[in-house]
Each structure stands twice: as C-alpha cells, then as structure tokens.
Write a protein that binds this ligand. Structure first.
Ligand code: G6P
Length: 616
C-alpha cells in the first residue's frame, strides 16, 4: 500500500528520500515521487512505475545544486485507488497557481468527501491536474493557507472525511514540514538535529531507532530535530518515544533470492520468539500476561470472537477450532469487514481477538472499534509493535515474528496460529482441561520450531514437485476440520504469488458442486495429515483421481496408505492435527513459492496486492 517518507535536517534530502522509497517498495506500489524545498521553491519529481524509474529521471542529482541545497523533502510510493497509475496521479501533489507550488503533499488513505470538496474548490478557480482525492486535499490546504502551514493543515483536515497519513511542505516556510494522521500510520524518527518521518518503521531504522507513533488527529510540526505535536485544535500534546526493537538486518534479504523465502526459513526462529516464556510445561498452560485477564475473568467469557482479513482470518479459523476443541467454549471467526457492517451481536460476555500482522488493516481496525463500542473485551494479536490496532486495543499479544516484508504473509500466519493455540490452551485450563492434557498440548506447541525445521528440509523435493505445476491454470485445495484453514491458506498463497486460480473447499463439500470441474487439467491438493477425518478425505482423493484429477497430498511422514493414493506427496512430521496446521502450511508456502519462481512471477510484490490494506 502507499508509502510515505519525509526528511527535515541538515543533510540533502533527495538521497535519503530515494533510499526510504526503496525500503517502502515491499508494500506494493505503481508510481513514485519526491518533492524538495530548495531555493525558496518546491520542486516536484514523479514517475510512473518503479522507484528506479524515478531515480533515473533525476539524472546526476548528487551533483545538482538544487538537490544539494534541499534539506527538507517529502516522498511517496502510490498504490492506485482514485485514478490509474500515471505520472499525473503520482504524489507529491502540488497546489498553487501558474505552475508555482505553494503547497506540496503526500497522502496515504482515502478522502471520502473529495468530490464535494473538489466541486467547491473548482468553483473557487482551482485547476486540478490529476484524478486523485489527494490532490484535492493539497488544494484544500492551500485554500486555507495564509502564513502558517500547521494552521492550514488543521483547518483543512477538519473538513475532511476519510483516512489520511500526510506530510506536506509550504513554499513560504522553507525549513518546515507538517505531518498528520487519521487511520493511516505515521512514525516520526528522531535523529540528531534531523527528523525522518515514514509510514512504517522499516524506512526509518537505518537512521534512528527512537520513534514516536502519532495518534489519530495529531498534527506534528517538524523543523530539523524539533518536533512539536498538537491536536487539530492546536492544543499541544505529548506522545511517548519508543525504541524499535529489531535490527536493520531483519528487514533485509540476507542472501535469499526473495523476502518470502527468507521469511519462510525464519519460521522456526519466529515461532520460538512467539512462544518464548509463554508455554508453561509444568502447569500445562500458557502465560499470556498481555491479555490482562485473571482466570476468574476468563471463566466469565462466554464466547471468543476472532476477526481478521486474508491470511490473518485463515489463522483465526484454526483458533476457532482449537478453542472449541481444547476449551469446549463457543468460538467464531469472522471476516473483519463483514463483522463491522453487519450490526454484529457482540457484548460484554464476549472477548474479541483482532488478528493483524500489520496492525493497520482498515477493516480490522474498524471492527475493533465496533466491538469496543458494543462493550466487548477486545485484544489484539499483532506483529507490528506500536501499530494502531495494538495501541487501540491496549491489551493483547505481540507475535514477535520480526518484520514481514514480503506481501504474501508466511511467518505471521504460523506465529498467529502458535499464539492462538496458546490462547485456546489458556482458556481450556481455566475451564475443563486437566493438567495432564494441558501438558500434552503445551509440549506439542513447544516442539513446533523443530517440526518446522524438518519441513524446511523438504525444500528441494517440493521445488521438484512444483516443476509439474507451472502449466496448470486452476486448482482445488481440500481439507477437513483443522486442515480446512490450511487448504484456505494454501489456495490463497498460490493465487497471490503464482496467479493460478485456486479454490479451497471442505473436503466433504467437493461433491456438492465443485466435483463437476474435476478433470485432468484440475489438480487437487489434499490435506491428509493423520487424525480425525483423514480416511474420509482419502475417500475424496479417490473420487478426484477417478475423474482424472491428479492429486498432491500433504501427508504424515511414513503414511504408506496416503502415499499410494497420491500422484505427488510432501511428508510432514507426525503431530496432532492442531500443530499439523503449521507444518502443512509451511510445506504449501514452499510449494507456492517454487511454482511462482518457476513461472517468473514477482514474488515479493505480486500485482495488485498491498502488504497492508489501509483503505476499505
Ligand atoms: C493484505 C495482505 C495479506 C494480509 C491481509 C491482512 O490483503 O496482502 O497478506 O493477510 O492484508 O493483513 P494484516 O496486516 O491485517 O494481517
């Protein structure tokens, strides 16, 4: 999704902004641009396509006096929402008259009432050069501008409906930049006599670890190292400074061809970090202080409602099954956007767990607010520390998976499932589950990192299988019980990165329609791990093969019966199905990765996708 980087200090802004844009590329984008303040002029440069196009269009900027003297600047990677990905629609957007930019702005988010505002501004003589809602905001700020950028920004933002993270410059205030947010993250990095602002910390960490996360409706006025934060009504506010606790290396590829592969391989460590200090092998329970719940309070909770989008929702489904299975407690998972628009039945006896890798997904955030409004206890299960969902829920569990850069989520999923299993265990132990049974589950969770290491050893074998799949255009994934969410996640991964159409079904549902599509050109991936339902799924596999559909089975190590029924198979270590959700998913992540690699797809930045979807 769109990315922002901005700089004010005593160095030349351009190289810092361009490097920042490179760090933001992983979020997905289709055009890029920068604006710098130099010689009392705002200079805007933008280009369609990759950041490298922009860099090339700037020529020898390092020796260009305009760039050398520009010590304040803003920059952006755009992911098209209003209007196609053209240079005119790229940010920054200038506003002024006769080709002179009085204001320049970069914007993440959506201005919902932009049509009304545009009509009004056109009536006042403004001439728009783009189709974007963001340019309207730039002109709106300009229309309020007298001699104080912060005042003009606040006045404009009061008229705006929608979401924004913005950074802007004014021609008449050469050393200043103003940033603000509502619903779209802004992180302020504090350097020595300089400040670097970005929409996420990965673009800041090479400069400083000390950051301030803006709250909604905060406006920050920045000049060199000075940061002055106010509300929209110009009331000064203090925001905590925190430290980024991961290293720059964690956000680099480290010798792997793609971030996705690196992140797949990081899973043993990521899961170890997620469960560290949280699995109590003696008491057979989980220690989850972040939930802030006494056992007595847990007993009072009647239902666990899990919300999320995409991969996070798929992880939530494993959580639902585990909560019912371990704790005998009512649990439901719901797509966050459905939840928020449905007048959901939720109240003080419910605990809502919002799952989000980024902690910024607009639909999940809105669902969190809706659940809070209705009096539910809301906890976040989030990876990005300091993100909006983490802060607004105020209670929850961080994944500690480290930065996830690849758009297709991998380690976040397996860490989310690990944490959900611990939540289910904790709830179960506060209810009916015996200590012995709890210890057994705790041990299984504890051995997850080793199990995942075993799956990663299958990489070459999986890559070989992938060679047979590059020409298929459609696939089915089937599973039962705990393995149905794995089928969903497997199908999501292959469509995200290899662009093969894939559908996941409950194995039993296959006969109720999808079976009509089975033929030689429609392979089926079957989740066949030992445990409840395996024999029945094997029966479904036979139905598929009888109709000439080739079958790739994900099976338990040494299961000869399953092997004999599959055209290809990937073995994962023996474990209960609740942890086989993780091992089997890792196998399918590698499978999707290799198919996409062999097809030459842009694995880390698939077309049309964004890492964090901060618009509805
Ligand atoms: C986007 C990403 C998915 C991700 C989903 C939810 O659609 O492309 O990979 O699963 O958002 O993101 P979240 O950060 O809330 O987990």
């Amino acid at each position: 999704m769109c990315g922002i980087i901005a700089y004010s200090g005593n160095r030349s802004a351009t190289p810092i902004l361009l490097n920042g844009l490179r760090k933001l590329e992983y979020r997905g984008y289709d055009s890029a641009g920068i604006a710098i303040h130099s010689d009392n002029t705002i200079h805007i440069y933008k280009q369609e396509g990759k950041v490298e196009n922009l860099v090339q269009s700037l020529g020898n900027y390092e020796e260009d006096p305009t760039h050398e003297a520009g010590h304040v600047g803003i920059a952006h990677t755009r992911w098209a929402t209003h209007g196609p990905p053209t240079t005119a629609n790229a940010h920054p957007h200038g506003a002024g008259q006769d080709g002179v930019n009085r204001i320049a702005l970069v914007h993440n988010g959506i201005i919902e009432n932009y049509r009304d505002l545009k009509l009004k501004l056109e009536g006042e003589g403004c001439v728009f050069l783009s189709d974007t809602d963001s340019e309207v905001l730039s002109f709106l700020i300009d229309s309020h501008y007298k001699d104080d950028l912060a005042k003009a920004v606040s006045a404009a933002l009061k008229e705006v409906q929608g979401t924004f993270g913005i950074a802007c410059l004014a021609k008449a205030e050469p050393h200043k930049m103003v940033v603000a947010r509502r619903g779209s993250p802004i992180v302020i990095g504090l350097g020595e006599d300089e400040t670097i602002v970005a929409s996420d910390a990965s673009a800041i960490i090479s400069h400083t670890r000390q950051v301030i996360y803006l709250d909604d409706n905060d406006v920050a006025i920045i000049e060199g190292g000075k940061v002055d934060i106010r509300t929209l009504d110009a009331r000064p506010v203090k925001r905590e400074t925190s430290d980024i606790d991961w290293s720059e290396d964690a956000a680099e590829k480290g010798g792997y061809d793609h971030y996705m592969l690196k992140e797949i391989y990081e899973q043993p460590t990521a899961i170890r970090n997620s469960i560290r200090g949280r699995v109590d092998l003696d008491k057979g329970t989980a220690v989850l202080a972040g939930l802030g719940l006494e056992p007595r309070e847990i007993v009072d909770i009647q239902r666990l409602l899990i919300i999320g989008c995409g991969t996070s929702m798929n992880a939530g489904l494993v959580g639902e099954y585990a909560t019912e299975d371990f704790a005998g407690m009512l649990s439901e998972v719901e797509q966050a956007a459905e939840f928020r628009y449905r007048n959901p039945i939720v109240g003080s006896k419910d605990m809502v767990v919002a799952i989000s890798q980024s902690g910024e997904t607009a639909d999940t955030l809105a669902a969190v607010r809706e659940a809070q409004e209705k009096g539910a206890l809301v906890a976040g299960l989030v990876n990005v520390v300091g993100s909006t969902i983490a802060r607004e829920t105020g209670r929850g569990i961080y994944l500690h998976a480290g930065p996830e850069i690849s758009v297709a989520s991998t380690k976040a999923f397996t860490c989310q499932v690990s944490v959900l299993l611990m939540i289910a265990l904790k709830f179960a132990r506060s209810r009916r589950l015996s200590r012995e049974a709890g210890i057994q589950i705790a041990k299984e969770i504890h051995r997850l990192p080793e199990l995942v290491e075993e799956v990663l050893k299958q990489n070459d074998h999986i890559a070989k299988i992938a060679e047979d799949f590059t020409n298929y255009t459609s696939m089915f994934y089937i599973g039962r019980g705990y393995l149905f969410p794995v089928a969903l996640e497997g199908a999501l991964k292959i469509k995200e990165i290899s662009y093969i159409h894939a559908e996941a079904y409950h194995a039993a549902e296959l006969k109720h329609g999808p079976i009509a599509l089975l033929e030689e050109s429609m392979p089926v991936v079957a989740l066949l791990n030992e445990g409840p339902g395996k024999e029945k799924t094997l029966g479904n596999v036979e139905e598929c093969r009888a109709r000439k559909s080739p079958v790739l089975g994900v099976i338990t190590e040494g299961d000869e019966d399953a092997k004999a029924n599959c055209d290809w198979y990937i073995e994962v270590p023996k474990s209960p199905q609740y942890t086989a959700t993780i091992t089997s998913t890792v196998a399918l992540q590698l499978f999707s990765y290799h198919v996409a690699r062999l097809k030459g797809c842009p694995i880390d930045q698939p077309r049309n996708l964004a890492k964090s979807v901060t618009v509805e």
